[in-house]
Design a protein around this ligand. Structure first.
Ligand code: NAI
Ligand code: MG
Length: 340
């Protein structure tokens, strides 16, 4: 039988380091794939290619599944984000970002047992990239919200909640101020909610949501929201469960899925061999589950749990001293001792 093809976009910054660790761990458990490595990010620019070469988009579209590392986007000017471009080009409309407490991870929220999922709309909103400068002193951005765009991400959130036996879906918005755009999102939310009578559906204004995420995070289950709020709220939730080094994600469309961590390219620690590969590894576990490989997913997830709760081989971001490589070897030792 031929091996399953998986597109791999290592990205830049810490991307190649954490991708290497993640693929080594997957392979140590016996997961075999035909990894198709693709260009993207700063590496592509250095070769005179665009940050997201058309061939990369076409190959991911053709293969239908990809594991992606972070790519750097300059602030202010420069090229448009390869991430936003990829999500739009492949119509990856739902960005699924679980935030779950791992035992043993130290932080201000230790002792809490959090298990939430943020479902972020991934193709519209202020990320549509429509910005204009009609006058040197006037900058404008257009917030794009469409009814079908709201419907499909909201439906995805409810379907996911039903599949996973989750009991509450909360719409996060600012419809008190943005009455037409966020108003449309909220209107569609309450139109779809009655189709899922077993799930409690309610809404919360985004600023209050941030406050309550800090004071009483356990109350939340699934949060569904627009692109910008989802970007911000999911980093906040990553902080609640121990930081960006632990926060995975999946970009889901009808024909394609791209799995990547919530975090960026972390230029401050890139090349030092100290990055935490867990967020990308947990994203790869989401990929295994997407492929129906639950046993292998459980095997790696349990090893990550053991390494974290043991606490002896944590990376710097979690207060430990382990290098990316030492952590990788420890996870492999836990899930496939014969491979070490
Ligand atoms: P960042 O997420 O790269 O880093 C924020 C902080 O978290 C830094 O102190 C970093 O060292 C730390 N951190 C992040 N991931 C870590 C890991 N795996 N292990 C240990 N520490 C980790 O956010 P920042 O600095 O705002 O963005 C850097 C670049 O990444 C920017 O160009 C941004 O546009 C890009 N970016 C790309 C994303 C993607 O490709 N999906 C997502 C977010 C940002
Ligand atoms: Mg972000």
């Amino acid at each position: 039988m031929s091996k399953r093809k998986i597109a791999v976009l290592p990205g830049d910054g810490i991307g190649p380091e954490i991708m290497d660790a993640t693929i080594s761990i997957l392979e140590a458990t016996g997961f075999e794939a035909d990894w198709v490595f693709l260009e993207g990010g700063l590496g592509a620019l250095e070769k005179g290619l665009p940050a997201l070469p058309p061939e990369t988009i076409d190959t991911i579209r053709e293969i239908g599944i990809a594991l992606k590392g972070p790519t750097t986007t300059p602030k202010g000017g420069g090229h448009v984000s390869a991430n936003v471009q990829l999500r739009q080009a492949l119509d990856l409309y739902a960005n699924v970002r679980p935030a779950k407490t791992l035992p043993g991870v130290k932080g201000p929220f230790m002792g809490h047992k959090l298990d939430m999922v943020i479902v972020r709309e991934n193709t519209e909103d202020l990320y549509a990239g429509i910005e204009i400068l009609p006058h040197p002193d006037l900058a404008q951005a257009i917030k794009v919200i469409t009814r079908p765009g709201c419907q499909r991400v909201i439906r995805y959130a409810f379907e996911m909640a039903r599949r996973e036996g989750r009991t509450r879906v909360t719409a996060v918005h600012k419809a008190n101020i943005m009455k037409i755009t966020d108003g449309m999102f909220l209107e569609e939310f309450f139109k779809i909610a009655p189709e899922y009578p077993e799930i409690k559906a309610d809404d919360i204004i985004v600023d209050n949501c941030c406050m309550q995420l800090v004071t009483n995070p356990e109350q939340f289950d699934v949060l569904v929201t627009e692109n910008l709020y989802g970007d911000i709220v999911s980093d906040l939730c990553a902080g609640l469960v121990g930081g960006l080094g632990l926060a995975p994600g999946a970009n889901i469309g009808d024909n394609c899925a791209v799995f990547e961590a919530v975090h960026g390219s972390a230029p401050d620690i890139a090349g030092k061999g100290v990055a935490n590969p867990t967020a990308l590894l947990l994203s790869a576990i989401m990929m295994l589950r997407h492929l129906g490989l639950n046993e292998q997913a459980d095997q790696i997830a349990n090893s990550v749990l053991r390494v974290c709760s043991d606490g002896k081989c944590l990376t710097m971001d979690l207060g430990g001293k382990a290098s990316t490589n030492e952590y990788k070897v420890e996870v492999i030792r836990q899930c496939a001792p014969a491979a070490v």
